[in-house]
Design a binder for this molecule. Structure first.
Ligand SMILES: [Zn+2]
Length: 84
C-alpha cells in the first residue's frame, strides 16, 4: 500500500520534487510549504496569503511578488507592514 503523499513529486512537471532552495526551478509551481527560493526566504504568512490568491503561480512569479515586481500584489515588506 502506498502511504507516501505527492509532496515529493512536482505537481507541475511530474518529476521528483525540486529543491527550490538550491536549484533554480523557476517554471514550476512549488508546494505551499516551500518558503526558500534560492537566496530568498519568504515569510510564511505572506506565502500563505499569496497562495490563497494565486495557488498556481510558479517559483519565479512568487519571487517576483516578494520583490514587488508584480503589480497585482504588494511586496513582502509592505504586506507585513499592513498586517500590523
Ligand atoms: Zn517541476
Amino acid at each position: 500500500m502506498k502511504t507516501q503523499t505527492n509532496s515529493n513529486k512536482c505537481q507541475t512537471c511530474g518529476k521528483k520534487g525540486h529543491d527550490y532552495e538550491n536549484e533554480e526551478i523557476m517554471g514550476c509551481v512549488p508546494p505551499k510549504d516551500v518558503l526558500k527560493f534560492g537566496k530568498y526566504s519568504i515569510d510564511k504568512s505572506y506565502r500563505n496569503a499569496l497562495y490563497e490568491l494565486y495557488p498556481f503561480y510558479t517559483a519565479e512569479e512568487i519571487v517576483g511578488f516578494y520583490l514587488g515586481h508584480n503589480p497585482y500584489f504588494v511586496d513582502q515588506n509592505t504586506w507585513l507592514d499592513e498586517q500590523k
